[in-house]
Design a protein around this ligand. Structure first.
Ligand code: CTP
Length: 394
């Protein structure tokens, strides 16, 4: 997701510097070009040779090296983003007061925007009002200061001041600096996961949906710059990005209410949830005791949420349904496309190995209103989301 992004990773002299090997690998894996600048102290904590190998670039440390001037202005202009991690109390203080006694700080001072500090220090240093004042100064200048974690610190005590883990830093970079604009301005409503229909206070009817496909769609739309509203049935999963708004629901009725609230203001609707078709006619207020040899449950139909949305769809809105079929797949999917007034339907066949509920992979046939069919390979759910989006906008 960071393909083509040019990132300077400024490493300063704290024990957490050793984690920059992982951070570098993760950034490179995401497609970023990484140029590492170390403070002279940082080389005590992590090897420049390892970092230059992992970043595929020579690590820069001093303003002058091998009789050559490292041009901090050119470096600052080159970079889309500068991450300073770990950012020690000393570095934060120097940065806040404009000191430039190293290549790293000179580059920071030459860079006008997109600067991210990832602090790491002992709790006493972190809580010291001087450090907090320095952070206030840097924040007021629109620099991005990531929070610190709490836990075991290098000094042996437990407390605040731990650097965020490399995975958390990369996620922050992706969410705040990596989103593309191909879907910006678009508002998307996505439903995902199962619904649960209560029998009594401890039991329910549901299905095996994990919500993975809908969550993958939500994340992909969000990565492409869209505003995403996710209505999520009961699942232990959630989207990785904080900026995706999630409304948690349990029953089909709750899902319908949530859909109705957002429907009018969105451009595209993906109904990926596996809504329970039936619910118990009555819900026992007390736990049903196992007295009888047989127990009969009478079920009644849940309202078809998607059909309701299809009826009130406005000009310009795009409605996409999902169909899970075990036989006569195309025929059934086409019937649903028509009867629910959809623009597209994503067909999942239970006959396809490795596709459907719970899997990390999926295989689909996307069908449009004209009946054109687009068949995917067996791909990760993230790639299926990209496959669907690419055909939606082609
Ligand atoms: N759907 C819905 N509300 C329901 C049932 C289904 O909004 N009460 C939506 C699903 O989210 C999906 C589409 O309708 O996008 C098709 O769901 P599916 O379960 O494949 O088909 P059904 O319409 O329920 O019909 P059947 O179970 O008979 O195949």
């Amino acid at each position: 997701m960071l393909e083509g992004k040019k990132i300077i990773l400024g490493v300063t002299g704290g024990i957490a510097a050793y984690k920059m090997t992982s951070l570098t690998r993760l950034l490179v894996k995401e497609g970023a070009s990484v140029q590492i600048i170390m403070s002279p102290e940082a080389v005590q904590f992590v090897s420049p040779l390892v970092l230059s190998t992992l970043s595929n670039n020579q690590v820069l440390i001093h303003l002058h090296e091998n009789n050559q001037w490292n041009n901090h202005i050119e470096l600052a202009t080159w970079a889309d983003l500068m991450i300073i991690a770990p950012a020690t109390a000393n570095t934060l203080a120097k940065a806040a007061h404009g000191l430039s006694d190293s290549l790293l700080l000179a580059t920071f001072l030459s860079k006008k925007s997109n600067i991210m500090f990832v602090p790491a220090m002992d709790e006493d240093m972190w809580l010291n009002p001087i450090t907090q004042k320095n952070i206030d100064i840097l924040t007021s200048l629109d620099h991005d200061i990531l929070p610190v974690g709490e836990g075991f610190l290098a000094s042996g005590i437990e407390g605040k001041g731990r650097m965020l883990e490399p995975e958390e830093i990369v996620l922050y970079v992706k969410e705040n600096y990596g989103r593309t604009k191909s879907m910006s301005g678009k508002k998307i409503l996505i439903t995902a996961g199962p619904t649960q229909e209560s029998i009594d206070p401890v039991r329910f009817i549901s299905n095996h949906s994990s919500g993975k496909m809908g969550i993958a769609l939500a994340e992909t739309c969000y990565e492409n710059g869209a505003e995403v509203q996710l209505i999520l049935g009961p699942t232990h999963l959630k989207p990785i990005y904080k900026g995706i708004e999630v409304v948690s629901v349990a029953t089909a009725e709750e899902m319908k209410v949530a859909c109705d609230i957002y429907f009018n203001e969105v451009n595209i609707i993906f109904m990926a949830a596996a809504v329970a078709d039936y619910k118990p006619m009555t819900r026992s207020s007390q736990k049903i005791k196992k007295i009888e040899e047989e127990l009969e449950l009478t079920l009644c139909k849940n309202e078809d949420i998607l059909k309701g949305l299809g009826l009130k769809k406005k000009e310009g809105q795009v409605l996409i349904g999902f169909a899970l079929e075990s036989e006569n797949e195309i025929e059934n999917a086409l019937a649903k496309l028509k009867s629910k007034n959809l623009d597209f339907i994503v067909l999942n066949s239970l006959k396809d190995e490795g596709a459907g509920f719970g899997y990390d992979t999926n295989q689909v046939t996307l069908i449009n209103k004209k009946g054109d069919k687009f068949q995917s390979d067996l791909l990760s759910k993230k790639d299926i989301a990209n496959f669907i989006l690419s055909h939606l906008f082609s």
